[in-house]
Design a binder for this molecule. Structure first.
Ligand SMILES: Cc1cc2nc3c(=O)[nH]c(=O)nc-3n(C[C@H](O)[C@H](O)[C@H](O)COP(=O)(O)O)c2cc1C
Length: 467
């Protein structure tokens, strides 16, 4: 007979920061007159992992950004219409901090968390958390937490078990939250049945079973949501293969095969408004050159006059060539400033600033206009306009590039220095004769947020026609 037992462990104490969950499981088993057995599965509510990891935040200590305040206004009116509680700007800020994407703005925020879970409000929860202003964040690495508990149980008892860290998520298209797995250890998250045969010997082509979610949901029936106080559930008798090195990631649908995800307008607005010219030091974290190339790949899709695509990019990694180039650029800067009659301290200050900006950025990108792609005209006037079109086209690509960096959470700044040092750049980098250097972009991961400089009012930039 196929029989599975689902046992809620009673008498689990309130969990505090630093508590050892493996020991708490063993104590709870004792209190419940149970012995650990090979093949047991423990489904553990994320709230107690959150508490033991100290992932509790006091909303009073959060400073909301402009974006959080704007979203608050939007969400509040929707919440009022529905008669559901409003979210504070502080809570919205926390949700933004815990998310890598905002998919929908309704009375809740549907977000993609940094782990890749798509859920309401980045999974931030108030229930079962002590303190009026306190909320619990999802554990930052539930797979790692599950693994630590499994390994600790193994070293304390020599038994092989599986761990599932669970939460309950609402679902699109159906009412009611169900249990889901956030992190796993010892059990693979999905059972791939493709290639197996059904009752009628028909080969299965697409059946993949998310059994850890089924197990989390089964455990949810015993855990309850409110005050039942059963955060750990033992599942015994479920037939599965104990497996090392498992991760919940195998259960998350990749963006490229996600049939439902669409680019949201909210997202795009956020990206357009958040992009800033970043002129500070960069994080020392390495950037894969592939990421930079992928951003340039997107910059190819900008519009251009006659679809001329006049842009050419040169990626300058750190190294002697870049150093030599910047030294030469600074020689020219010194020459120009001396000619302007600037004092030595001013000149030094300027030169140090460009050195810092251009040498310390993980990547420096040069954008050129290839004059080969400009149309030829016999008269001066049209040639001049064609050149302007070329500059405008190259600028379109530059904007695409800056937006692509923003999507990758890279910080960048556009610098006009190459315009003043065209010949030097061409000579040092041995560029083709037709290239006209236009701009530098410094790129890297930022160390701090940048405040947006003020913008003109809409009324000041839309010229009103007199009818
Ligand atoms: C064509 C162009 C040239 C720029 N050149 C420089 C520059 O040489 N040095 C600099 O510090 N910032 C430069 N910037 C960045 C602007 O100062 C910045 O975009 C502006 O202050 C608005 O700030 P934001 O980009 O954060 O919205 C340039 C921007 C553009 C579009």
């Amino acid at each position: 007979m196929n029989e599975i037992q689902i046992v809620g462990l009673k008498q689990i104490p309130l969990i505090k920061k630093g508590d050892d969950i493996a020991k708490i499981i063993l104590e709870a088993l004792k209190k419940n007159n149970l012995k650990l057995m090979n093949g047991d599965i423990f489904v553990i509510a994320q709230t107690i992992i959150t508490k033991s990891n100290g992932r509790i935040r006091n909303l009073k200590e959060i400073i909301p950004s402009l974006r959080a305040i704007e979203l608050h206004e939007k969400i509040s009116s929707k919440a009022k219409n529905l008669g559901v509680p409003e979210k504070t700007p502080e809570l919205i800020q926390l949700i933004l901090d815990e998310s890598k994407d905002i998919l929908k703005v309704e009375h809740v925020l549907i977000t993609e968390t940094k782990h890749g879970f798509i859920c309401a409000n980045a999974g931030i929860d108030k229930s079962n958390i002590e303190g009026k202003e306190n909320v619990g964040l999802l554990p930052s690495n539930p797979d790692e937490d599950a693994k630590n508990i499994r390994i600790n149980l193994k070293s304390l008892t020599n038994k092989d078990v599986a761990i599932i860290i669970s939460d309950s998520f609402g679902r699109p298209f159906r009412v009611g939250a169900v249990g889901v797995a956030l992190g796993v250890s010892g059990i693979i998250p999905i059972l791939d049945k493709r290639g197996k045969r059904d009752l009628f010997d028909y080969e299965l082509h697409s059946t993949i079973i998310g059994h850890v979610d089924s197990l989390a949901s089964a455990a949810q029936l015993v855990m309850g949501e409110a005050d039942e106080g059963i955060p750990i559930v033992l599942i015994r008798g479920y037939d599965f293969e104990l497996t090392e090195n498992t991760s919940i990631k195998s259960l998350l649908r990749e963006k490229k095969i996600d049939l439902f995800r669409v680019g949201t307008s909210e997202n795009t607005k956020g990206i357009l408004k958040n992009r800033r010219s970043y002129k500070f030091g960069f994080d020392s974290k390495n950037i894969d050159k592939k990421i930079i190339e992928n951003c340039i790949e997107l910059a190819r899709w900008a519009p251009s006059a006659h679809n001329g695509q006049h842009w050419r990019y040169v990626i300058l990694s750190k190294g002697s060539l870049r150093n030599r180039l910047i030294d030469k650029i600074n020689e020219k800067l010194r020459f120009d400033l001396e000619k302007d009659g600037r004092v030595e301290s001013f000149i030094r200050n300027k030169i140090n600033k460009t050195r810092m900006n251009f040498l310390e950025a993980p990547f420096l990108i040069l954008l050129c206009l290839d004059s080969k792609d400009l149309e030829k005209y016999p008269d001066e006037d049209r040639s001049q306009n064609e050149f302007i079109l070329g500059i405008q086209s190259v600028s379109c690509s530059a904007i695409y590039l800056l937006i692509a960096f923003e999507v990758e959470k890279l910080a960048a700044c556009w610098y006009c220095a190459p315009l003043f040092t065209k010949e030097i750049i061409k000579e040092v980098l041995k560029l083709p004769e037709s290239y006209i250097p236009m701009a530098f972009f410094t790129v890297g991961y930022p160390l701090k947020p940048v405040k947006a400089p003020p913008r003109k009012n809409l009324n000041d930039i839309i010229f009103k026609l007199k009818e």
